[in-house]
Ligand binder design. Structure first.
Ligand SMILES: *Cc1c(COP(=O)(O)O)cnc(C)c1O
Length: 376
């Protein structure tokens, strides 16, 4: 049996090595290291894949969120509603821009922000909502967009974990996640569903004016060379990374299928175990399984993590501390929140290895060891 990895990028690379190596060497030859044709081609390819008018590449997913908030003209003190149960990047950039993060509860099935909780958190200072499609499962975007419209709020989708996912609207319309809100953000961190071999990120929008602003802010607020119309930052995608992404984008759907197949396999094996809740899949979206996350009850979770580690099986707790309990947010009133569902989840979730290269022998071994511990 091959060693089990949380994400097996080495094995994945071996299968596309020739194409990737050629593409990288071509960038070297062309010396188009920052920006350049590969970046432009990738932006065009991705906008076609997503069905969105504009894709603006940038340096990473965290920058994408920050630039999105800057482009919307949010001002210090403006409130931004976001789940507490997310990766730190989502909430951190809100604080960095001196906006006020307002943390809301998530649904214990989907792990995503609850529309009702969002509604209740709206005040006269609220300017934006940042739903996160956690683990690859979409938040209830149709309801969230309706709330945003009613209260005149912007919606920035954190799509870093859900690229390639579909959203099924009640009227039959299908859209990719990330292109439903005013701006969508993603990350091409190597372990993401569409990952490059370093840092990378992008923003999506159908709004021409916003697209121009996003592009300018990502490049020092520059309208033409050395003319800076607004304060921006330096956030660029490398030519090498874009060239790799141009190889991997056509494989994304296949990669997602492999993840779903692995999730199905786990689901079947864990079905009916009263201590294990397998990931929920709402009918309104296609789950792309960036993570395969179980909820464990009446189980020594730490003990399971250690038992798996002893058997050379990695596992992860995404995320052990929710935003409202991070020291980082103490001065934002983090300690005053009572988010029972979020706390309940953080104590019970565990993510098992899931990636494009996982085989049944490996999965059977993981399943055997999980059940051995849980049923003992
Ligand atoms: C990975 C991730 C980010 C940040 O992406 P980076 O490219 O690492 O900056 C933001 N939000 C979520 C939910 C993520 O998983």
């Amino acid at each position: 049996m091959r060693p089990i990895e949380m994400v097996d990028l080495k094995q994945q690379y071996q299968k596309i090595k020739k194409e990737v190596d050629d593409a990288v060497l071509n960038v070297m030859e062309s010396a188009a290291f920052i920006g350049g044709p590969q970046v432009n081609i990738f932006a065009k390819n991705l906008s076609e894949y997503l069905g969105v008018k504009h894709v603006i590449p940038c340096a990473n997913g965290t920058d994408a969120l920050q630039i999105a908030m800057m482009a919307l003209g949010l001002q210090p003190g403006d409130e931004v509603i976001t789940p507490s149960f997310t990766y730190v990047a989502t909430t951190e950039v809100i604080a960095l821009l001196k906006l006020k993060p307002v943390f809301v509860e998530v649904d214990t099935k989907t792990f995503c922000a609850e529309p009702d909780a969002i509604k209740k958190a709206i005040t006269s200072k609220t300017k934006a909502i940042v739903p996160v499609h956690l683990y690859g499962h979409a938040a209830k975007m149709e309801e969230i967009m309706a709330i945003a419209e009613e209260h005149n709020l912007f919606v920035i989708e954190d799509n870093a974990q859900a690229i390639g996912g579909d959203y099924y609207f009640k009227n039959g319309t299908v859209k990719k996640t990330g292109v439903i809100g005013h701006i969508g953000c993603t990350s091409f961190f190597p372990s993401k569903n569409l990952g490059c071999y370093g840092d990378g990120g992008a923003m999506f929008t159908n709004d021409d004016e916003l697209a121009l602003k996003l592009k300018m802010i990502a490049n020092h607020g520059q309208s033409k060379r050395y003319y800076h119309d607004m304060v921006g930052c330096n956030s660029r995608l490398d030519g090498v990374q874009a060239a790799i992404l141009n190889i991997k984008l056509p494989l994304l759907d296949k990669y997602i299928d492999a993840r779903i197949k692995a999730a199905d396999f786990y689901d079947k094996a864990f079905a009916g175990n009263e201590k294990i809740t397998t990931p929920y899949r709402a009918g309104y979206c296609k789950h792309v399984f960036h993570q395969y996350t179980l909820i464990l009850e009446n189980t020594d979770r730490e003990g399971l993590v250690n038992y798996l580690a002893q058997n050379n099986i990695p596992s992860m707790l995404y995320y052990p501390v929710p935003a409202h309990k991070q020291k980082m947010f103490a001065s934002f009133g983090g300690g005053n929140y009572h988010l029972e569902k979020t706390d309940w989840l953080t104590q019970r979730v565990i993510s098992l290895p899931i990636h494009t290269e996982l085989d049944e022998e490996q999965q059977n071994f993981i399943i055997q060891k999980v059940l051995e511990f849980i049923n003992k």
